[in-house]
Design a protein around this ligand. Structure first.
Ligand SMILES: C[S@@+](CC[C@H](N)C(=O)[O-])C[C@H]1O[C@@H](n2cnc3c(N)ncnc32)[C@H](O)[C@@H]1O
Length: 505
């Protein structure tokens, strides 16, 4: 693959622009050797390919380049992001204090690992973010003859630093005993039957571990057993585990999700609505950015998930959060004599800022080796997103800010929603975002270059390098600086748009 360079954004000459591919062919083949690219239903893959090779894109870049970018994207999705991102609860501790405590914690965890230390790095633009490099992929791990098959979700969690919990185990050989060294495989096709003694279907190796329970105990018990079933000793990607580590001081969050609340830019004393809030990652961040002063209303439609928001707010000891189980599409009060102070529904123009972190197809999540959703499911979200958006615009005060975000990669749920919003609500204007760490918006929704530049799309295919595979104690400061730059690119797929509701709109 030729290495070609960017032309300045916005320049349109007659020859097709050749975009620099996300990463080079060697890096690409290395990645697909470790894990196959994400497996999708053929209809879904065909749909996504048509999105990533839409007319506007093909008028600007070569078909071969867009194919490569698409393949790179699918391949990146089955691997974890290059960093674990930790948001510091700045209401309870400084970033420096948490950095010291985490460094001590990591030194303890490093004892079983092949490197002497893993650094805790500060993000240069986000003062409340600490980054820990994910080490791997380790391609030369020896496999054991005892094979344990786990569900795809469980396999994904292992790649982000988890041990295997008993409910995630689908198959283990008859003779497996507590203390056996085993190799763990993810059932990416979803075909393994629970309790099978062996599995010959399509599976992907995610690492080695030690069984903490025998096969008999796992599958002959009448009740569902909990707890760790396989303690991972050699995962393909090394990522520290933060289960119950400093729960009042930190929150594990993907980097683009942390960017969202900074873009919303809430101020102490304001009244903020987080319309789809569970489990409360962004809600608690918003409250922390407001120094716990003001009012953050967190709503979600699903009762169990609402409990999670309450739990997270309690863990982080944030008092300005009020949580409601409520359908956001019904959150606009119809009766003008309703005061809306106690809870939803709310009167029009009640909030200074609103976050709509919309329910979406979630195709940007990583690692994700298999998605068995139909095209109907994948394309079902835009109408719900528009209903929620309409309510949010009505609930926003003139002069207020609305941030719309998703963790997916489709045009229909992102740039096309922005084009629809600008068309439907003349009172809205697109705003620039601070910080802007992602790429510009994608072509294909009829937005101008200027409009696309105001959007923020985190695109895993824009990564140019692989994960860290060396011992970090050997890295010098310029290598660390270089490493941090990739933290803004090698993330989950994500999208952010920021709107102002104009005073005279
Ligand atoms: C992307 S998640 C939100 C993540 C959350 N903002 C965070 O950062 O932790 C979308 C949420 O929307 C909720 N949801 C779906 N439909 C809804 C509706 N009609 N009203 C309110 N919440 C809804 C889902 O239950 C889900 O928790």
């Amino acid at each position: 693959m030729k290495d070609v360079s960017h032309r300045p954004t916005g320049s349109r000459d007659n020859s097709k622009r050749e975009l620099k591919p996300g990463f080079d062919a060697i890096e690409y083949s290395k990645m697909v050797l470790v894990f196959p690219r994400i497996s999708l239903k053929p209809e879904v893959e065909a749909y996504l390919l048509s999105v990533f090779k839409n007319k506007e894109i093909l008028a600007n870049i070569q078909s071969e380049q867009s194919n490569f970018k698409f393949e790179s994207l699918l391949s990146r999705l089955s691997h974890p992001p290059a960093f674990t991102c930790i948001r510091v609860n700045t209401c309870a501790a400084s970033t420096d204090q948490v950095k010291k405590l985490l460094t001590e914690e990591l030194q303890k965890q490093c004892k079983g690992w092949p490197m002497s230390d893993i650094p805790v790095l500060e993000h240069p633009e986000l003062p409340d973010v600490l980054l820990i490099p994910v080490i791997g992929p380790r391609i030369n791990l020896q496999r054991h003859s005892i094979e344990v098959i786990v569900g795809a979700q469980c396999g994904n969690a292992v790649l982000r630093g988890a041990h295997v919990f008993i409910p995630g185990i689908l198959s283990a050989p008859k003779l497996m005993r507590d203390g056996d060294a085993v190799s763990v495989y993810s059932d990416i096709g979803g075909k393994c039957k629970r309790g099978a003694v062996e599995f010959m279907g399509s599976k992907t190796f995610v690492g080695n571990g030690i069984a903490e329970i025998s096969r008999n105990e796992i599958f002959s018990s009448n009740c569902t057993l909990r707890g760790v079933g396989i303690r991972m000793t050699e995962p393909v990607y090394i990522s520290p585990s933060f289960d119950n580590v400093l729960p009042s001081l930190l929150f594990l969050q993907n980097l683009p999700s942390v960017v969202v609340s900074h873009v919303l830019d809430p101020k102490p004393g304001e009244r903020i609505l987080d319309i789809c809030a569970a489990p409360g990652g962004k809600t608690t961040h918003i409250a922390a950015l407001m120094n716990d002063k003001g009012e953050v209303i967190a709503m979600d439609k699903i009762a169990n998930k609402v409990k999670k928001i309450k739990q997270n707010a309690e863990n982080l000891q944030l008092k300005c959060i009020k949580v409601f189980c409520y359908d956001g599409t019904k959150a606009l009060a119809k009766e003008s004599n309703w005061d809306g102070q106690a809870g939803p529904p709310f009167l029009p123009e009640s909030f200074d800022r609103i976050l709509l972190d919309a329910p979406c197809s979630g195709l940007g999540q990583r690692p994700n080796m298999a998605c068995d959703w139909s095209l109907k499911e994948i394309t079902s979200y835009p109408p719900l997103q528009r209903k929620l958006f309409r309510v949010a615009v009505n609930l926003l005060k003139p002069g207020g800010i609305l941030v719309y975000s998703t963790c997916t990669i489709t045009l229909a749920e992102n740039e096309e929603q922005v084009a629809w919003a600008l068309d439907s609500f003349p009172c809205l204007s697109l705003q620039s975002q601070e910080p802007h760490l992602g790429e510009e918006g994608m072509m294909g929704a009829g937005l101008s270059n200027d409009q696309r530049q105001l959007l923020q799309r985190f695109d895993p295919a824009s990564v140019t390098e692989g994960h860290t595979s060396v011992s970090c104690s050997d890295l010098d400061s310029s290598q660390i600086e270089h490493l941090i730059k990739s933290a803004n690119k090698d993330t989950i797929g994500f999208f952010i748009a920021k709107f102002l509701k104009m005073q005279d709109g």
